[in-house]
Design a protein. Structure first.
Length: 449
């Protein structure tokens, strides 16, 4: 070499192009032969640049190269006292580094898809060349030990029961965890339905640049959602108990008007009716005790829910939207990920499932019923709130009867109008969450000049 760093760097770049270009040739029928040819050509060129006779070097190389695997070819490189003779600028380690530069690792796992269950976990991992190098079925304890010792990588899980717990645990081990909705991972299942196919589908779906992921919830967020789920279950049990009391009372010719507020007077009538058998009165008393216990538990859960609502400033702003209320506002805060993930209010309403299905083809627009995608509890709460608001509007007792709403009521059925109103409520809620503004009625908004 000349000793000039710029000229030496120029020579190194020329050699690198020769080696990397020839490595892709199919030599002697295999990629292994192509690797050997690339190394030999580069060393011959190096010898010529430094006035070294390559024939003497090749004589020894040709005698040994057939017995060496491609992974040990670097042992054939000449290196005396750590540097080649006659000023050759590359020693063995530098040469191998140039050859491996840009070459994907065949050992490192870059992605792992994991199919989860109660006690069996199926893993599918690929390297940088997108070749499967990991297929394992592990128990619960073995899976935890595996990820504790594994190098940090990206792990894909299906957003199902227990997924948020595993996401938090694997994140604490240094891994990046991505949760995928089941309906988005299903198209990547090639054939059949088994744990290995599901894990491979998750690994493949995670690599898509347009894939949407579910944000990982914290333990506090899941505790709040447990509170909401418990309230829903208690209300469902209350409705079931009220229907049972009405049904048993009807067998004895006693009926009550509609409404939950009619259950207590019905129980009093049943307790005081001496024409009923004694056994029937005892059973109705047992039903009444169970019904009152449910009411007490519902009040306790709603009290805790209101405490969470009052502690959140955004939830209090959302509650001012007509048709939302404290429960709807709390659900919007608990169920919704970062609202800035959505480009517009329509995208947010579509995420909840309040937009029509699209069956358009050949330039013809065909819209069907709502998609019902997203969270069912949040969607039903918004629709119920919109239905309650609509009842007041139709009775003339509401201040929120906009011209759009009254015109829609004249053209469409009340139930369809309630869904449309719920869609509008979702859009308004998204705007308030993103902007931090407070809800204002139309007449309170400043007029354009």
């Amino acid at each position: 070499m000349s000793g000039d760093p710029e000229q030496d760097y120029f020579a190194e770049r020329a050699l690198r192009g020769i080696a990397l270009g020839r490595r892709n040739w199919t030599f002697a029928g295999s990629q292994r032969g192509a690797d050997r040819a690339a190394i030999m050509l580069m060393m011959i060129t190096t010898c010529r640049l430094n006035d070294v006779d390559p024939k003497a070097w090749l004589a020894e190389i040709l005698a040994r190269i057939a017995d060496l695997p491609a992974s040990r070819l670097h042992e054939l490189l000449p290196c005396w006292d750590g540097r080649p003779p006659n000023g050759i600028a590359m020693c063995q380690s530098e040469f191998v580094e140039i050859l491996n530069r840009g070459k994907p690792s065949v050992e490192k796992i870059i992605r792992i898809g994991m199919d989860t269950s109660k006690s069996v976990f199926q893993l599918h991992g690929v390297n940088a060349a997108e070749k499967p190098i990991l297929r394992k079925k592990l128990s619960r304890r073995e899976m935890v030990k595996f990820f504790e010792k594994a190098a940090p990588t990206t792990v894909a899980l299906e957003a199902c029961g227990g997924a948020h717990h595993w996401a938090r645990l694997l994140t604490s081990f240094g891994h990046e965890v991505k949760l995928i909705a089941p309906q988005l991972a299903k198209p990547y299942v090639k054939r059949g339905k088994n744990d290995a196919a599901d894990a491979e589908a998750l690994c493949e779906a995670m690599s898509r640049p347009t894939m949407r992921f579910v944000p990982v919830k914290t333990a506090d967020q899941q505790a709040a959602l447990t509170l909401v789920g418990m309230r829903e279950r208690l209300i469902r049990n209350r409705t079931e108990m009220a229907n049972a009391i009405r049904g048993f009372a009807m067998e004895f010719g006693i009926v009550a008007a509609r409404g939950m507020c009619r259950i207590e007077p019905l129980l009093e009538r049943l307790a005081n009716d001496q024409s009923l058998p004694e056994l029937a009165r005892e059973l109705f008393a047992m039903h009444g005790d169970e019904y009152r216990d449910l009411l007490s538990q519902i009040r306790s859960v709603e009290k805790k829910l209101m405490e969470l609502h009052r502690a959140d400033e955004c939830s209090k702003r959302l509650a001012k939207i007509p048709g939302v209320g404290p429960v709807g506002a709390s659900l919007l805060m608990m169920k919704t990920p970062d609202p800035r993930m959505f480009k517009s209010g329509r995208d947010f309403a579509a995420w909840i499932g309040l937009t029509p299905k699209d069956h358009s083809t050949a330039g013809k627009v065909r819209l069907g019923v709502i998609t019902r995608a997203g969270d069912e509890m949040l969607r039903s709460t918004l629709v119920v709130g919109a239905t309650a608001l609509l009842q007041h509007v139709r009775a003339g007792r509401s201040r929120h009867a906009s011209r759009w709403l009254t015109d829609l009521l004249q053209r469409k059925s009340p139930k369809l109008v309630a869904v449309a109103l719920a869609n509008k409520i979702a859009r308004v809620a998204w705007k308030l969450m993103v902007s931090g503004e407070t809800y204002r009625r139309m007449e309170e908004q400043p007029k354009a000049i």
